[in-house]
Design a protein around this ligand. Structure first.
Ligand SMILES: [Zn+2]
Length: 70
């Protein structure tokens, strides 16, 4: 039993809530939820319609991958 879990159930739940909130924040930053752009905002290449339909995106696949690696 780790000392980090000391403090009872309430403390654990509070910690889980913070982790969930953090996860949601990170997801918001990596997934663009607005309208899909027709052209990549990074390199100006047209974004394939198949990609735009699956996920709202502002970048083409190579640029998105590069940004997510940062
Ligand atoms: Zn691009």
């Amino acid at each position: 039993m780790s000392a980090a879990w000391a403090g009872g159930t309430d403390a654990i739940i509070e910690r889980m809530d913070k982790m969930t909130a953090l996860f949601i924040e990170q997801t918001k930053n990596s997934i663009y939820t607005g309208e899909s752009a027709e052209f990549c905002e990074e390199c100006g290449e047209p974004i394939p319609e198949s990609r735009r339909k699956v996920i709202a995106c502002k970048y083409c696949l190579p640029c998105q991958s590069a940004l997510e690696k940062k």
